[in-house]
Design a protein. Sequence first.
Length: 1013
Amino acid sequence: MFNILIYRAFIDSSKLLFPVFHLSLLHKRLQVNRLVLFYFSQHIEAMSSTDATINSSFLEKPSFVFDIKKMNVRGKSFIKRTRKGNIAKVTKEHYLRDDIPCLSPLCTTCPHKEVKLLSNSAEFYLIPDTNIVLHQLDLLESDVVTDVILLQTVLQETRNRNMSVYERLKKLLNDQSRSFVSFSNEHHKETFIERQKDETSNDYNDRSIRVAARWYTTHLNRRKRVVLLTNDKNNAKGARGEGVEALSVEEFVTLYESRHPHIRELVAANTADSSEEQEDDRKRKFLYDEYWNTQQIQNALNANRVVEGVFHANSYNCMEGKVLYSGKSQQQSAKTILVSGIKNINRAIDGDVVFVELLPEEMWCTPSTEVKEDIEEAIEEAETSKPPSTVIQNINVRKEVTGRVVAIKRRNWRPYCGSLQAKGSSHLTLFIPVIISILHISIICVNILLKVDKRIPKIRIHSRRVSDLTDKRIVVSIDSWERNSMFPSGHVIEELGVEGDIETETKVLLHENSIITRAFPKAVLECLPADDLQFSPDMLKNRKDLQSLCIFSIDPPGCTDIDDALSIQLDENHNYMVGVHIADVTSFISRDTALDKEAADRSTTVYLADRRIEMLPPRLSSDLCSLKENETRLAFSAFITIDHEGNVLHYDFARTIIRSRKAFTYAEAQDYLNQARKKETKECTEIELSLLRLMDIAQKLRKRRFENGALRLSSPEVRFETDQEGDEITNVSVYETHETNELVEEYMLLTNVVVAQRISKSFPSCALLRRHPIPNKEMFEPLLKIAAALSVEIDVSSNKQLSRSLEKIQEKFDEENDPFKATLFRISTTRCMTQALYFSAGEASQEEYFHYGLASTIYTHFTSPIRRYADIIVHRMLSGSIGYTSFPDSLLNSKAIQKIADHLNERHRAAQKAARDSVALHTLRLFRGEQREEEGRVFRLLTNGIVVMLPRYGLEGLVRFEKNSSATLFDEDKQLLITPKGTRLKIFDRVRVSIQLDAQVNPAGQLVIHLIE
């Protein structure tokens, strides 16, 4: 008899849903080919590399031992034609076991050692079918539901149909506080069944689920009720006929409703199998076209009549959107297809992956220049409005490729925050989502509004608690969107608090951006060093001791998570050796620990206007890792040799021990620098001399960088002033920068470049890099129109030519004593580009590594490991490349690194948006109780309104003309319009506006902006 040790493995932060087996063979002649094939085809397939996200797997102790003789094998053979046209016989083997544990503590026969179990106290064990998991996961995730058995059949089908639901199931299985377990019913001898002839896949899966439920019932000798949860009447009837208890969601909720009154709110709508409802639907008028089936889509794809892409709704016009689809290479920017009209949008929601049919050229449209924020209003206006009075001249006559959505490949539905709007019924309400862009406003308003993002439609919900929720911020999930309904249907899943309260509104913006706000779990905190940590000889071994070197940091005021510090020396050849010393975070974070996984999940520190949400526990971020003044700290240092002309001659890396002499703010460092410039060199202190030398080299690096085509772009940034207690924001102003900001920026950029060069040589197929795709010419069309209207020349043929053009434009507007106009032009330039992205080196050609904005052939992030997980990955790669540590084989895979990069990109975007939303939220509160007059700049022209930039606040606001009023003249090429009152406006013109917070429209406050004419 040969024993094989079975190990439980983990991937990401959650356990594998099925065991992965590490084989310790006690006899060389043991034939394991089939066994390995079985495990890798049946288990690894379910958790393949495409399913891995951040961390590699690690092994626990053996959980049990089984006898290979207990294995049972089923096989089937079939004939298939190979790609080369040959005929081959294929044999597949399916191994069955009789020792897979049931995971109930009531069972005395199954091996349960060190395995997560169901509880003793549960009223019953619940086995949901696939449709319950797919459509009622909010209910299953509630604290009311415990002791759930997720069958392999259900998990695999869920994974195939909805990956986001599958990921949520993994979290439930990994949550030690919830009694959710998985059972491999398709590999258990007693629960595996053969598929019958002519049996559909759905019927086979339903039968598999019933067989497993029946086995549990008999296996536990009815010591615990086992309940099948299904809304499928035939499945429930079949279960009861086989002696298995079955409940519908309605029946299940009724059991708990008296004890948990809000549980019914979690039930997804439109899931009942009602023939009456189906008959009623057939009598209703369809507003939208039926989606194409798979065969229609495939035929159209083959004929190049359909394109797959991501739908993005227009922020100003709810009747319009664009579908972005990829170019032929990563270097190419995405291409777009215009989708106009709600019928053509066909129930697509912002972020959905859709199939769009290309319309004939005679049906192509031009993008709208009109504000339409509400579908109902837009339809009403279309039906009742008079012919337009606007004289439209030189409007963009070039029509864009236009299409219509014919199917949804993957929904981007998620929980949405917002408020309720009663519609005459005590139960039926409209939910108004909040997608915060600049300011959040959840109630429709016909007055002039500050920019509101209406990309998500209203959602119909049924609730018995409308009166309790009318002044609340709530979270709603979409359940369905039928063809005969103007809006999707959904249900309430969470109540956040009272509208207008600063904490509630902060919860909204954090929830909307999926920011992790939970306290760091106990397992994470247990990974932290002891409070009385002393650096041991092992920690200091193989490190350069630089504690005597003049090192200092320069950061924003109030910064406690100090990532970087600088030094500069003259070497024996009288060249400068610049030291860039970065916090050695990876010395405190071992791979695949709970701490590492938590940091990977969060990916970045989120900086809000009044707080920050850490990626790492404060013990690390603000203490042990932070390069604090006069504290011994561990660092990962880059030593870059630069001549007096700013040419990089050599670079090297080492792990070091440093002791920062000074933690400057940017303003303090600038004062030191200014004082040093007034002194003779011999009179300068060591820090002053270092600042002078660093600034001299930084200016040369910066000059060369811009000469090579780096772009000096811009975006609105503000700083807040608070009262003495620091609780209330009293003023806001544009963020002021110093020369020292640029000094630090240059050395961080340079260090990131040289690190990228090093790791790409060591890991050419999987280095984690960062690129900025080259914009295509079409993306610059709005900028070219602005340039023509302002009578300035701009060349967008390359980043170098664009950079030169921007500098000339800056000079022109400086001479005209209007430098802010150049700032607006730079902001407009930024809006024409896509964001920079993390990527795996193996997923792009070297030409595609290019960073357009920085004019760098290669780039990465290394300098901020306290607040960015990308930098932690790069630190590990650099450490491996110089021989300090090994890099795990699991991450020497381009696809795995790209999976990490995708997660980092998504979290980075979310963090940036949360930060902007927080600034907007706090700025909004400044306008309480008074009307202000401010100077604004015309930033965009629309036929029925304008967008103004408020320089003092760094905000954009929509000024909408009176209802049903439009400009009397609109000239897009000249960027000119005449308002209904006769005021002539051009792009970037100065205007006076009145600003007031209207709390009557919305308890949270709504900013109303009027043009003063």
